[in-house]
Write a protein that binds this ligand. Structure first.
Ligand code: HXC
Length: 258
């Protein structure tokens, strides 16, 4: 049996996935993405999991797609397997929140993988970049799409066209990451945030994620309507009764995720 490339653990209601291909700085081969997608789908289907953390090593979240594997591929090879269109795309269908805990390099597909998570908590040593242009290609999993939405056109053009890396402080200023913490805190910070999320009512968490993501796809009017209808729908849950009663009764809510 081959060695797992993704470590799968649980911490209470939090699922923890660790990219574990340290010798290649977690270069993202098809095999590692297949494993990651399968693990994410399993957590998504597990009623005992309320949020997921995805992390790498202290040196690299992931240094990009696997250049060694791609080097000799032809157009026909990548087109016929619809490279990046299959399992990579399945990541965005995960309905529970995924926090990326990023330390070290998040480059190319690694930066794109972090951006496909719901938010990024970065260690002070994190470096983000889209260096594909140096390899004679361009980003292939959202670097030209999610990056400008996150940091604006000017910085996205700068990063994608020059291949320069930005550090964690610049990434936070630009809005790519939600928090920057010392390296020895990054995983705990992400696990704690995930535990907070996992303590909320799962339906409201999933609907909130869906609504925020809709902001990228819909007009303001359509997005507002989508949000309002989801808000209405939550009044059908037991957790809404519990959450509001607990506030009035000055106690902590005991959500049953129903
Ligand atoms: C395959 C990789 C790799 C990658 C690093 N390695 N990145 N292997 N694919 N993307 C391997 C190295 O070959 C080396 O293997 C080992 O990991 C350690 O890397 P070093 O380069 O020796 O480390 P260091 O000098 O510390 O430099 C770190 C680095 C550099 C700056 C991150 O490795 C680097 O520039 N990597 C490539 C980054 C990149 O171009 N990413 C974009 C890929 S294209 P050995 O066997 O020699 O020890 C891409 C397309 C996106 O992502 C499409 C959508 C997914």
């Amino acid at each position: 049996m081959s060695v797992p490339l993704v470590k799968v653990e649980t911490r209470g209601r939090v699922g923890l996935l660790t990219l574990d291909r340290p010798k290649a700085l977690n270069a993202l081969s098809n095999e590692i993405i297949d494993e990651l997608a399968a693990a994410l789908r399993a957590f998504d289907a597990d009623d005992n999991i309320g949020a997921i953390v995805l992390t790498g090593s202290e040196k690299a979240f992931a240094a990009g797609a696997d250049i060694g594997a791609m080097k000799d591929w032809t157009f026909q090879d990548v087109y016929s397997q619809d490279y990046l269109g299959h399992n990579w795309e399945s990541l965005k269908r995960i309905r529970k929140p995924i926090i990326a805990a990023v330390a070290g390099y998040a480059l190319g597909g690694g930066c794109e993988l972090a951006m496909s998570c719901d938010f990024i908590i970065a260690a002070e040593n994190a470096r983000f970049g889209q260096p594909e242009i140096k390899l004679g290609v361009i980003p292939g999993y959202g670097g030209t799409q999610r990056l400008p939405r996150a940091v604006g056109k000017a910085k996205a053009m700068d990063l994608v066209l020059t291949a320069r890396m930005m550090d964690a402080a610049e990434a936070e200023r630009a809005g790519l990451v939600s928090r920057v913490v010392p390296l020895d805190r990054v995983l705990d910070e992400a696990l704690e945030a995930a535990a907070v999320i996992a303590s909320m009512s799962l339906s409201s968490v999933m609907m909130a994620k869906e609504c925020i993501n809709r902001a990228y796809e819909a007009s303001l009017d359509e997005g507002m309507l989508f949000e309002r209808r989801n808000f209405h729908a939550l009044f059908a849950t037991e957790d809404q009764k519990e959450g509001m009663s607990a506030f009035i009764e000055k106690r902590k809510p005991d959500f049953k995720h129903r």
